[in-house]
Design a protein around this ligand. Sequence first.
Ligand code: UT7
Length: 332
Amino acid sequence: MTKTAFLGLGHYVPSKVVTNDDLAQMFDTSDEWIQQRTGIKERRYIEESGIGASDLAVPAVQMACKNAGIDVSEIDVIIFATLSPDFNFPGSGCFLGDKLGLPGVPALDVRNQCSGFLYGLQIADAWIKCGMYKRVALVGAEVHSTALDFSDEGRDVTVLFGDGAACAILGPTEEGNRGVIDVEVHADGSGAKELWLEGPASAYNPRLTHEMIDNKTVYPSMNGRHVFRWATAKMPEVSRSVLERNNVAVADLDWVVPHQANKRINEFVAQKLEIPPEKVVHNIQKYGNTTAASIPLALSEAIQEGRAKEGDLVLLPAFGSGFTWGAALVRL
Ligand code: UT7
């Protein structure tokens, strides 16, 4: 039976390093508070205005293709997961296709925030299994730094997010013991306004006003404790569901590569699932939360560092704005 294999991964982060101390120069926070509550030490920001999520994605896709042993021109379709598209429309996938020199190659944007990579993976898996496409570039890329409130008011959100991109090249395999085993995703819009970016909004006429800028509705807002509670409940729940459906014991897992929203959340999740801490991959300390890019970025780094390798059994759980959440089980 055809399965969907991770043929190669790649990632890219901009060069500008912003430490917790750098943020503490701009608003009332501290390295100690940020590290204690989140595990984050630094994050990356784009170097200058004019760099969008699709620009960060270009080197990530190139690296993923190299690792997959394919030429960029062999990509059949782009799935671009992001909550920070370069522009309101068209989608970042179209910009990326143009920058990669792929005229005519279809491009689909997925707007599912921190779970975007998992939603994209489920779509790619279905396409590949039914024989529609053979080389899917699944991208997660974000530029958060241009929509953060660098004042005391926005500090709870601003300290969390960073810019970055990653890509997985997915394709069919007949090797029965390799590939995507299962992907389960969920959404519950009753929590939509607990973590959202309200403006500019097509629900308002005009979409953008001076009041919206003055009231800071052009920055993301979050009910942190509420999101934390949901994340620590839903990530273990959906992980258990995927493991049980596939008769996989926690002890069989080689790695858990969770969405990197908060190190404490992932420690809670590991504790609830009784996963030993050394099997959980963290890179939030270097990059903060890069939403749709975070899972493929952490997986790509773990492979590059020689930690995760072909044949390893990996669980990928996520929770984020929407609310959306999910988990994937993959044999690399
Ligand atoms: O990927 C998307 C999903 N997002 C998440 O999963 C985020 C989930 N939430 C969280 O990770 C945590 O709720 C935060 C890290 C955002 C906040 O941590 P917390 O332990 O829940 O803190 P809190 O919001 O309850 O705030 C505690 C205190 C407050 O001060 P008072 O009222 O106790 O005096 C805040 O004003 O910490 C204060 N605070 C800060 N202090 C220094 C909030 N943000 C900061 C800050 N620096 N950046």
